[in-house]
Design a protein around this ligand. Structure first.
Ligand code: PLP
Length: 450
């Protein structure tokens, strides 16, 4: 039983949800958590440890949500928790500079410095500004691109999600896709008109938009590998084409690595650049999730000449009371310090075993499906072939997902409560946790088949 300051208690998830509905819109503080597209009662989680989470009723689940990305090492990794405790003992924040911010920035910059076979070093980013959320990071990246170019327009891809700032909600993925809405109310037509949405992985659409508006486009923003409409990786060479096209027209490329950074892309040993055939240079790269180690922290990085346009050096304003919070930078640094090659190898093995097992269970029940991959990040689509864009991602038997989701949940596995989300495995998903997922897969596949 969980006791709250108000004196009210919740013994069950249903009771907790009833109380939540009375005091917050939809009972949640982020829409997908409401279970709207899968139905049923959200589980109120009380603790997480390694690959498991436990709800207030004491039911334990193998967790494949992973805090939507940050839990790379599993929940409550001892090093991350120790870093949080050590930082908390010195105070929760100062609103002043502290050395932990510098430590984290150095760590991120070092991790993104790649040494080519001929010994030459290439720095992915030269400077980093920390924010509290990925939304702020992408919002600032756009302002910076507009400030740097003096141009108004932004190009984004349908089904990509970059947080909930006004310019970025048109045809977005994640919760916007889950709710099946084209965007958000409350955004002025003038603002919406500044964002041009084109289909992902579509070279012709890209060429056309630049042919028509090239001299007014400030930036193209892309998820380094799309993962908010389910996982839809870029075609080999597509990110490079984005960089080349943007640069040929004097525009910037913003690579949004809030989800993929230190999980699925070069930073996470995916070798994205190898797939591209040659290095591609994003002018701005956004990070979040993993770099905060599970606490609210994100950031944007890029070449010094662009980043230095930010206040106090330059004319583009950005700030944050909680930016660079000392506890969050400490947990972020501990997370990155722990994320070595062995972690990424383990992640890949665990993801493969889980996806292969689920796929076999679905196939045994005759459920048409495919697994789509970007590094160790994957999701299942109830269609025959992996989609290349949002329209294809939507063209699936998504009605099968609620039954599949609840089949897994009833057998102790927590999946993202939407067919349009990536699944997050951690390095803590050991063989025992994987076996539990695969045991649950059989009844869940049967439920999805009916
Ligand atoms: N960009 C991408 C690619 C994301 O996946 C997300 C969140 O899931 C964001 C930006 C927004 O980050 P936040 O939820 O921290 O605002």
């Amino acid at each position: 039983m969980t006791r709250f300051v108000s004196g009210r208690t919740s013994a069950t998830n249903a009771e907790a949800f009833e109380r939540a509905l009375a005091v917050s819109p939809g009972g949640v503080n982020s829409p997908v958590r409401a279970f709207g597209s899968v139905g049923g009662t959200p589980r109120f989680l009380a603790s997480g440890r390694g690959p498991y989470v436990t709800d207030i009723e004491g039911t334990q689940y193998v967790d494949l949500v992973g805090q939507w990305g940050p839990a790379l090492l599993g929940h409550a990794h001892p090093d991350v928790i120790a870093a949080a405790h050590a930082a908390v003992d010195h105070g929760l924040g100062f609103g002043a500079v502290s050395t932990g911010e510098v430590d984290l920035a150095e760590l991120v910059l070092d991790r993104l410095t790649l040494t080519a076979p001929d010994g030459t070093e290439r720095r992915g980013i030269e400077k980093l500004r920390l924010t509290s959320t990925g939304t702020e990071a992408t919002m600032t990246a756009i302002r910076l691109a507009r400030g740097a170019t003096g141009r108004p327009l932004l190009v984004k891809f349908a089904g990509h999600y970059h947080g909930h700032s006004d310019s970025l909600l048109s045809e977005a993925g994640s919760g916007i896709a889950t709710l099946g809405i084209p965007g958000s109310a409350g955004i002025t037509p003038e603002t919406a008109a500044q964002t041009i949405v084109i289909p992902y992985n579509d070279e012709a659409a890209l060429a056309e938009v630049f042919a028509r508006h090239g001299d007014r486009i400030a930036a193209v923003i892309t998820e380094a590998a799309a993962a908010n409409m389910g996982v839809v990786p870029p075609k080999p060479g597509f990110n490079r084409l984005l960089a080349d096209t943007a640069h040929a027209h004097g525009a910037l490329l913003i690579s949004d690595e809030v989800m993929t950074g230190f999980r699925a892309t070069a930073a996470g040993w995916w070798g994205l650049e190898e797939r591209e055939g040659a290095p591609y240079d994003a002018d701005l790269t956004t990070f979040g999730k993993i770099i905060g180690g599970g606490l609210p922290l994100a950031g944007l990085g890029g070449r010094a000449e662009v980043l230095d346009l930010l206040a106090p050096l330059g004319p583009v304003y950005q700030a944050g009371t909680l930016s660079g919070n000392p506890v969050a930078v400490a947990t972020g640094a501990a997370m990155l310090a722990g994320a070595g090659p062995a972690v990424y190898e383990r992640l890949m093995i665990a993801a493969r075993k889980i996806a292969d097992g689920l796929s076999a269970a679905l196939a045994a029940e005759g459920v048409v499906h495919t697994v789509a991959w970007a590094g160790s990040q994957f999701s299942i689509f109830f269609r025959e072939t992996a989609p290349q864009n949002y329209a294809e991602a939507q063209d699936q038997e998504s009605w099968r997902y609620p039954a599949f989701f609840h089949g897994m949940l009833d057998h102790g596995v927590s999946l993202p409560p939407s067919v349009y989300e990536a699944w997050f495995v951690s390095a803590a998903h050991d063989d025992a946790a994987i076996a539990r997922v695969l045991d649950a897969a059989r009844p869940a596949a049967r439920a999805a088949a009916s």
